[in-house]
Design a protein around this ligand. Structure first.
Ligand code: SF4
Length: 115
């Protein structure tokens, strides 16, 4: 199966063509650097994304949050349900863990502060 992708690893946005046979990537073309090849291989086999969102605080303010590493794209709906169930009590410092192991070992952490 052939895939046409736009690399999102940097602003150049290279157009990449990848080909997969079974569970193996057999060719990658169009990337300008090794990061693009790795991106294409991961995107075709198991796409991953860092999830960003917000969590409501007990005082009504919103805290920006993100996963501290990429999670499987197929798990994003489940991760969003868990994020929507979170509530934080200020003060919250940047980098503080809001929910440990929200998906496959990734933690949900504060991406901002509520003082
Ligand atoms: S292939 Fe390399 S240069 Fe091209 S968008 Fe991806 S990271 Fe940037």
């Amino acid at each position: 199966m052939k895939y046409r992708l736009i690399c999102i690893e940097c602003p150049m946005g290279c157009a990449i063509e990848a080909e997969k046979e079974g569970d193996t990537v057999v060719s990658v073309a169009g990337n300008s650097c090794p990061r693009g090849k790795l991106y294409a291989e991961n995107e075709v086999i198991c796409p991953m994304r860092v999830v960003t969102s917000t969590v409501r605080a007990t005082d009504g303010r919103m805290l920006p949050v993100k996963t501290n590493k990429p999670v499987k794209k197929s798990e994003i709906f489940s991760v969003m349900k868990k994020i929507n169930a979170q509530k934080v009590t200020p003060p919250v410092r940047i980098g503080e863990v809001i929910c440990r192991d929200i998906s496959d070992g990734a933690d949900l952490v504060a991406a901002g502060e509520l003082l």
